[in-house]
Design a protein around this ligand. Structure first.
Ligand code: ATP
Ligand code: MG
Ligand code: MG
Length: 349
């Protein structure tokens, strides 16, 4: 049996490890701390020091292929690993996806349309960007944002001081998109370049965090599915991406507006565990191991995934008792406000 190395120890790594085990693979997690919830499912764990070459060399020696479950890891150690063991997706996918400037430039190069944006490196540049982009707008850190952290909204130019105070640079200013719905394309690309993608969920956010993903998506999204899936495919091809790639979109009157990409399995794809013929996690493992990709079709009339954030998980007795309802708790020891503790998927038969 082969061993899959996973960089990162969160719930995404945990669900990749679980899917890998079903396919007969061992998994080895390299994670920052012993609290790694992925280690509960993986075969083994190394406590990560991503910049310690002894640790990295030992990890590389134990793995036949390496993947990552979060994008906020520095590219340098991943490039170092890639010289010793196949890393999928490649460090280039990571480098582009973790930097909002590179990401948006890349998407524009392959014909995609993000919201109007401008890079902001100083307080003066913020004024210049507001003059070009207008308000309302969103100021986002270039790197390391997630779950709506690292971004703030400007309703008028008078908010510039407070926004700069909150974010600082380097950042980008982005026009606020008047969308009807948000959705995502969860795509998987094999080592041989074969592409398949899932039907798009309608994603609803609360306080910048994904709250619910619903399938099938409403008509406004269905009308923009083909164009968004084609763009996501062009991005994956141009990156020579192997594994799952997720792009978030705003459905607007002018068509799909690209929001951001994640070079990995995605929260808006959790419904695929019970709701699709092959889960995003199984398909990610298939892709990075060079196996044929599995069927992505929705296997029920409908599926709805809801995140259990903070104390929401305390309702677990209701979820385990309900029919066609699938509870996933991530095994995190400490409940914190805004922390993803689990999710629940309901299927409509
Ligand atoms: P994630 O956890 O998905 O990586 P993130 O912190 O990278 O989140 P974004 O996806 O950029 O953040 O933004 C979070 C949410 O904020 C979006 O899903 C959307 O609801 C809202 N949002 C972000 N940018 C814009 C925009 N330009 N116009 C309108 N809404 C926006
Ligand atoms: Mg993001
Ligand atoms: Mg997002």
């Amino acid at each position: 049996g082969s061993t899959i190395g996973i960089l990162g120890g969160g719930q995404l790594g945990r669900m990749i490890a679980s899917a890998a085990a079903d396919l007969g693979y061992r998994t080895h997690v390299l994670a920052p701390d012993r609290e790694s919830v992925a280690a509960q499912t993986a075969s083994s764990l190394t406590r990560a020091d991503y910049h310690n070459k002894v640790v990295l060399a030992d990890f590389a020696a134990q793995c036949d292929v390496v993947t990552y479950e979060f994008e906020n890891i520095s590219v340098t150690p991943v490039e170092w690993l890639a010289e010793r063991v196949p890393v999928y997706p490649s460090p280039r996918s990571l480098a582009v996806a973790q930097d909002r400037v590179r990401e948006k430039q890349f998407v524009e190069q392959v014909g995609g349309r993000p919201a109007r944006w401008q890079a902001v490196g100083s307080r003066e540049e913020l004024d210049a960007a507001i003059a070009t982009i207008g308000c309302p707008a969103v100021l986002k850190t270039t790197r390391f944002g997630y779950d709506g952290k690292g971004q703030t909204r400007l309703m008028s130019p008078a908010d510039a001081d407070a926004a700069w105070e909150a974010i600082g640079g380097p950042a980008i200013l982005e026009a606020f998109v008047a969308f009807t719905h948000e959705f995502s394309i969860v795509l998987v690309r094999g080592r041989d370049g074969t592409i398949t993608s899932y039907p798009p969920p309608w994603n609803e956010h609360r306080d910048g965090i994904l709250h619910r993903s619903t399938l099938p998506a409403p008509a406004e999204i269905a009308a923009q599915w083909t164009e968004a899936a084609a763009l996501t495919g062009r991005i994956a091809d141009a990156l020579d991406h192997v594994g799952v790639l997720t792009c978030e979109y705003f459905a607007s009157a002018e068509g799909p507006v690209f929001n951001e990409m994640a070079p990995r399995v995605h929260n808006s794809g959790h419904w695929t565990i019970e709701g699709a013929a092959t889960s995003q996690f199984a398909n990610h493992v298939r892709a990075i191991c060079g196996l044929p990709l599995g069927d992505t079709a929705l296997v029920a009339a409908g599926a709805e995934m809801e995140n259990l954030i903070g104390a929401d998980w305390e309702r677990w007795p209701d979820y385990v008792a309900a029919r066609d309802t699938y509870l996933h708790l991530y095994g995190k020891r400490e409940t914190r406000d805004g922390r993803k503790m689990g999710h629940v998927t309901r299927l409509t038969r």
